[in-house]
Unconditional design. Structure first.
Length: 657
């Protein structure tokens, strides 16, 4: 047998570092936070024997070459943690080091011997300590180096009584300055460098409103950006902060869809905006009837003046008339008969759309062209994108493309419109998508909602997946809204806006409670995707007042700005869902109760977790932010009754007496 004579590593490294959190897939993907977060990292530091350990969180801010450090603090059972303030956008790196703290171990043993009266051992202990303190002085600088040097001299000074020298060695200030300059030559380091992506706050907390600018024109006419400017005040008044526009590019005419997705369009049918491209241009062009690039930039400025940020839809697919079809035929999959396969999502068929082929021999040129689409619109002033069907494009492309975008534009937000298998949705989030559509649209019962939200707010999912809840989209009219009235639309709005810190609606279809389904399609009857719509925004039955109220509640209650501290409280009636959100310090605690039955009044007792709410067993007030009522509750068990005919939910703020 051949034996290796070379040691695999320095055998004097005695500290093992395990179970570092947060960490995603062994460090393959970053966790997510926003600017201003206090980022806490924890780890197990394990060593043989009984020596005192020390540890540090090592981190690099974006652009740093060298590591910065902050000391770990010991918790219980070998668990340690440290926190840093994330004060810059971009990707931060972090890892953990641990070491045997010989100076702290010496002080521990010195105290034990002094307390036990083992005075004969103390002279030698003080000599050992003087050497450790002198070594620390050489690692320090300035006043601390001078302090340690003087301490080392005093510890060796036999003219000073032993008990005085021991007291000096064990003084708190001596321990603090020694701990600040530990011997780390034999520190063990966690074998992986981890990362945290730091976004701007809107990545976590946002309210989206989807609107077709082409429907903002005069009756019978195609709207423009100038027309859509007149709608901005309406959207801002509702309390939204992101205005999302479907694709604004030229629309193909080949296989153009008519009203209600018919294959026989009339001459004046406008087609689907997702059929991107015509001889007038592709993904970096603007539909001529919407206006010019200058008109679009003016629209962005007008939106910003009203507190709105514009999000653009990026749909990486082409109409048969897109310039790429002629210029880069290899970017599309050719069928044996020479035709290109159009897109399908049975039972839906999109004859007016050609998918891109990510297995093309020219894949690298395709990747670069798609990246440049984002960079073009970023150059126009757009920093938020809703990405259509990213799960049908190569995953490695997204990892590369998002990295390219964020390198120079860390403030960009990308929403993944991927209604697909859970692990694929999670993979897209890990690869860099800032927010994600979810299954909320189809979760109806209190049990369904609770179990789904517990999944989204538990580790590891909560570390990388930021949900954005949509009760409807132009593509989806869910069963519970078909033929439904005020109660159903109101309860789904309140659920979306309070369960998730980010949510959106497709309007004005939502506030006007559009509820008619085109049979066999899952889509709206007379869908705005295929025609210009005229909406009566002055209708007296509009949900506009409720939407405005809910968005105001969201803005004014920081407990609703995050999902991490969402907790559910048991209800004896399965038609009631009760949950709370709070700030870390519990200065703002919001309690929500929703009747998920849109037809009938429901009542029952709820059992509150008082400790979670920061309450003792005494009486407390709950103030309803929607109905303006104020109630005195006693203890954990309280009765609720909610009627969908009026308002199907309470949104309480807790007010301890």
């Amino acid at each position: 047998m051949v034996r290796s004579e070379a040691p695999p590593e320095d055998g004097r490294l005695r500290v093992l570092i395990e179970a570092v959190l947060p960490e995603i897939d062994a460090g393959a993907h970053p966790v997510k936070r926003v600017v201003g977060d206090l980022f806490t990292v924890s780890a197990d530091l394990i060593a043989d024997g009984h020596d005192v350990l020390g540890g540090a969180l090592l981190y690099r801010r974006p652009g740093d070459d060298d590591w910065r450090t902050t000391p770990l603090r010991e918790l219980v059972n070998d668990r340690w943690e440290a926190s840093i303030l994330l004060d810059a956008l971009g990707t931060w790196q972090y890892t953990v080091e641990g070491w045997v703290d010989h100076a702290a171990t010496w002080r521990k043993h010195l105290k034990a011997k002094f307390d036990a009266g083992a005075f004969a051992d103390l002279p030698v202990e003080l000599v050992i300590g003087a050497e450790l303190v002198a070594a620390a002085a050489r690692r320090a600088s300035g006043a601390e180096a001078s302090q340690l040097h003087q301490l080392a001299v005093r510890l060796r000074d036999e003219s000073v009584p032993i008990d005085t020298r021991v007291i000096m060695a064990l003084a708190d200030d001596a321990g603090q300055v020694l701990a600040a300059h530990p011997e780390r030559d034999r520190a063990g380091r966690y074998p992986r460098t981890l990362a945290v992506t730091v976004d701007r706050p809107r990545a976590r907390f946002s309210a989206w409103y989807e609107m077709f600018p082409r429907s903002c024109g005069a009756p019978g006419g195609h709207g423009s950006f100038r027309d859509a400017e007149e709608r901005l005040g309406y959207v801002a008044d509702l309390g939204f902060d992101v205005l999302y526009l479907p694709p604004i590019h030229p629309i193909g005419t080949s296989f153009r869809k008519g009203k209600n997705n018919t294959l026989t369009p009339l001459p004046d049918d406008v087609g689907s905006p997702w059929a991107v491209g015509s001889p007038e241009g592709g993904h970096t062009a603007i539909h001529p009837q919407l206006g010019t690039a200058a008109d679009f930039r003016r629209f962005l400025r007008a939106a910003a003046d009203r507190g709105l940020e514009v999000a653009l839809d990026i749909a990486f697919q082409c109409s048969p008339d897109h310039p790429w079809v002629a210029e880069h035929p290899s970017w599309f999959k050719q069928r044996p008969d020479g035709t290109i396969q159009y897109a399908e999502n049975p039972p839906k068929k999109y004859q007016d759309i050609y998918p891109l082929d990510f297995e093309s021999p020219d894949w690298w040129q395709l990747w670069q062209a798609l990246r440049d689409v984002f960079l073009h619109w970023i150059g126009q002033g757009v920093k938020i994108f809703r990405v259509d069907n990213p799960h049908t494009k190569a995953l490695r492309f997204w990892g590369w493309c998002i990295g390219e975008i964020r390198r120079d534009h860390p403030d960009v937000i990308l929403l993944a419109e991927a209604f697909t298998r859970p692990k694929l949705m999670y993979a897209l989030a890990k690869l860099g998508f800032t927010q994600s559509y979810t299954y909320f649209t189809w979760r109806e019962s209190a049990w369904d909602l609770r179990t789904y939200l517990e999944e989204l707010t538990s580790a590891p999912v909560v570390e990388f997946f930021r949900p954005n809840f949509w009760p409807n989209t132009p593509d989806i009219l869910p069963d519970h809204l078909i033929g439904a009235g005020h109660g159903a639309f109101a309860l789904r709005l309140i659920l979306a806006a309070t369960l998730s810190s980010s949510y959106g609606i497709y309007g004005p279809a939502y506030e006007l409670m559009d509820n008619l389904l085109r049979p066999g399609s899952g889509e709206y009857l007379d869908n705005e995707k295929y025609e210009l719509k005229r909406w009566d925004l002055t209708r007296p039955d509009s949900l506009r007042p409720l939407i405005k109220r809910v968005n105001k509640i969201r803005r004014e209650n920081p407990a609703l700005h995050d999902n991490r501290l969402l907790r559910f409280h048991p209800c004896e009636n399965p038609a009631l869902l009760c949950y709370s959100k709070r700030t870390e310090d519990r200065t703002n605690v919001v309690l929500v109760a929703v009747n998920v039955d849109p037809r009938w009044k429901q009542g029952g007792f709820v059992d509150l977790d008082l400790a979670e709410l920061g309450l003792s067993g005494g009486p407390f007030h709950v103030r309803d932010l929607i109905g303006n009522g104020r109630y005195l509750w006693h203890g954990a068990r309280n009765y609720l009754e909610l009627d969908p005919a009026s308002v199907p939910a309470h949104v309480f703020v807790i007010e301890p007496t």
